[in-house]
Design a protein around this ligand. Structure first.
Ligand SMILES: *Cc1c(COP(=O)(O)O)cnc(C)c1O
Length: 394
């Protein structure tokens, strides 16, 4: 039995991979990956926004290698160097004052939800514990994170959900304002909705949420798991809007391919959790933190974020040149792009893959592009050509 066929025998079927159609990826370098037949793909999925600096970035590989030989893991009962250095870098490059380390986006949001509840208990009357999130959002798959996720299809079969979540319309300030009660403790949104179909927030919406939170004593929490770490052309997406959250979460691209998550908090919010309140065995693991430190060096290098913004504009312009009758809408911020098409998105994705381009399709109609941030114009041209062909035949 070949390896792909064994998958469905041994792995619980949560991913819908197909032995005939889904590549077995063996190797990656920069923006490219290769499958077991030696076929090369231009990777505009980037591990769903994880491989933002390309596959096996030499600086990340070097940092991981050297840390691996020195100390692979230590309990958070003790200090470790890469963790403290990384915390200092996140704090010095953001609005945050302190961070908590974990291993994934869902865990980072879980920490933010716990922080918000405790904030409500300490700082507000009436046992305020309700959190308002957005419809069409995505915050991860743990029970609280999936409850925060404003998409009923992800709740189905796992009820009862966690108590205390309410859902407003994204980019509709009034609908959030209406949901605030004396039981509310926080508002949680993605500055750019990713899994929901790539919907950037409007500046007035985020500014309005900031004002609502200030007026009502609520924490404003931004989920930057997908849109953070340079993806939008700024280190953190909130910088595009001139709005600072009280808490934000990171994961995906932060470790350059290794699992790591962060909850970062500012001001009062940074001092809510105390010893015993929260913990993670692997959180702040030295190897993952060494990788993230290398990522920070790359993303903060002179000119890097300007390159992301420039490539984002260039790619958006290329997408605008696609046949008009095929395109319903194009939404983007930096190198996070969603193309809503008139046609069969799954078929387009399949044709692109056959022709050496990996892209992702949301809900059958929205093509999502998360190219590596190191992508150049030639590679964008190559992708646009493959895409145009696929759109013509799908
Ligand atoms: C992917 C994602 C998550 C979940 O991250 P995991 O690492 O899969 O738990 C949470 N929020 C957003 C915005 C995401 O895109």
């Amino acid at each position: 039995m070949d390896l792909q066929a064994q998958e469905s025998k041994y792995i619980i079927n949560t991913y819908n991979r197909q032995p005939q159609a889904t590549p077995l990826l063996m190797r990656g370098e920069g923006p490219y990956v290769w499958d077991d037949t030696g076929k090369r793909y231009l990777d505009f999925v980037s591990g769903l926004g994880v491989n933002s600096f390309g596959h096996c970035h030499p600086q990340v590989v070097e940092a991981v290698n050297s840390q691996l030989k020195q100390l692979m893991h230590a309990s958070n009962l003790y200090y470790t160097e890469p963790q403290i250095r990384l915390a200092e870098r996140i704090v010095s490059h953001s609005c945050a004052d302190k961070v908590f380390f974990c291993n994934s986006g869902a865990e980072a949001n879980e920490a933010a939800i716990k922080l918000a509840r405790k904030y409500g208990k300490i700082k507000k009357a009436n046992d305020a514990h309700e959190i308002i999130t957005a419809k069409r959002s995505f915050h991860g798959r743990t029970l609280a994170a999936i409850t925060a996720t404003g998409q009923p299809k992800y709740h189905k079969g796992f009820e009862p959900m966690v108590a205390g979540f309410r859902y407003g319309e994204f980019n509709d300030l009034e609908s959030f304002a209406r949901l605030i009660t004396d039981k509310t403790c926080a508002i949680l949104v993605e500055p750019v909705q990713g899994e929901g179909g790539v919907y950037p927030a409007e500046a007035d919406f985020l500014k309005g949420l900031r004002t609502l939170c200030d007026d009502h004593g609520l924490l404003l929490i931004f989920d930057e798991v997908q849109c953070g770490m340079g993806r939008t052309g700024k280190l953190f997406a909130y910088e595009n809007y001139g709005v600072e959250p009280d808490v934000f979460t990171l994961a995906k691209a932060l470790g350059g391919g290794l699992p790591i998550g962060v909850m970062a908090a500012k001001g009062e919010a940074a001092d809510i959790l105390v010893p015993g309140d929260h913990a993670s065995t692997f959180g702040g693991n030295p190897v993952a933190c060494a990788a993230a430190n290398a990522v920070f060096t790359i993303v903060t290098a002179k000119g890097f974020l300007e390159h992301v913004a420039e490539m984002g504009n260039y790619f958006a312009q290329k997408l605008c040149e696609l046949p008009r009758e095929k395109v319903v809408d194009l939404r983007s911020l930096g190198l996070m792009l969603g193309l809503e098409i008139n046609g069969d998105g799954a078929q387009v994705t399949k044709l692109c893959q056959e022709n050496g381009l990996l892209i992702n399709c949301i809900g059958g109609k929205i093509l999502r592009f998360l190219p590596p941030l190191i992508v150049n114009k030639e590679q964008i041209d190559e992708a646009a050509k493959i895409l145009q062909n696929a759109l013509t035949y799908a």
